[in-house]
Design a protein. Structure first.
Length: 183
């Protein structure tokens, strides 16, 4: 069962209530009805659907329980899918990729690394992805582009701009910025 199937399963309020009742210890359909406040028809329908999807199971003594093992399996599968679809930045260097995966997600800076060498890697990446070499950008445009990187990050665009200028990833003159060709 995929995550989206699980979400659809729990989109129905009666199923959520029935599941919660079982999770809280209701081990018979009658106890589920009472605990969840459902009609016999709604409780039976919800329990049937939850059992079909293997979210709850019937125990040996004809009781009901949450299929925690099934949830653990879903979590492992989801983790495996997530690691298989790890974002690649196209650097070709595994160390650089690891640093970027840690501090950059979906084109956004999560935070600047404290370690200087890692900070250099992240700042170089931002400069290369944001500015074309030799193209002049007015300060307002530079601020907008860097602000997009800093959205929800604990660092602001001005700090980022200062680092880029100080490290010569950007050159500044008369209110215009450009990325040197050799940067």
């Amino acid at each position: 069962m995929a995550t989206d199937q699980l979400i659809r399963l729990f989109a129905e309020e009666s199923r959520v209530r029935a599941f919660a009742a079982v999770a809280l210890g209701a081990d018979t359909p009658a106890k589920v009805m009472e605990t969840a406040g459902l009609s016999p028809k709604d409780a039976a329908s919800a329990l049937r659907r939850l059992q079909e999807q293997e979210v709850i199971t019937a125990t040996d003594d004809r009781g009901l329980s949450v299929a925690y093992g099934h949830f653990r399996q879903l979590a492992r599968e989801g983790s495996a899918r997530a690691s298989a679809s790890v974002e690649s930045y196209g650097t070709g260097d595994e160390r650089t990729e690891a640093v970027l995966r840690t501090f950059v997600r979906e084109g956004r800076l999560i935070r600047l690394p404290a370690q200087w060498q890692r900070k250099l890697v992240v700042l170089r990446h931002i400069a290369e992805r944001t500015f074309e070499p030799g193209v002049e950008y007015p300060e307002r445009t530079v601020n907008e582009k860097l602000r997009a990187w800093c959205e929800d990050a604990p660092v602001d665009h001005v700090t980022l701009r200062r680092y880029l200028v100080d490290l010569h990833h950007l050159t500044r003159q008369y209110g215009f910025y450009w990325r040197p060709s050799a940067a």
